[in-house]
Design a protein around this ligand. Structure first.
Ligand SMILES: [Zn+2]
Length: 61
């Protein structure tokens, strides 16, 4: 039997809010890295593309 150990500390994903439809979804933490500042986030609900700095609320960043 394999024991799964939860990694404590930073969660793997970051939750963002779409500024257009206000729905919450998560993105890979990788995309929150400053080296991805030029990459637009894509909302899976309304397909709006936005800058991560335009997200009204962010959790886990
Ligand atoms: Zn949206």
């Amino acid at each position: 039997m394999t024991v799964h150990v939860e990694k404590l500390g930073l969660p793997r994903d970051v939750f963002v809010t779409c500024p257009q439809c206000k729905k919450i979804y998560y993105i890979e933490r990788l995309f929150y890295d400053p080296s991805y500042d030029h990459v637009k986030l894509h909302c899976p609900f309304c397909h709006h593309e936005f800058d991560k700095r335009d997200s009204p609320q962010v959790w886990g960043a």
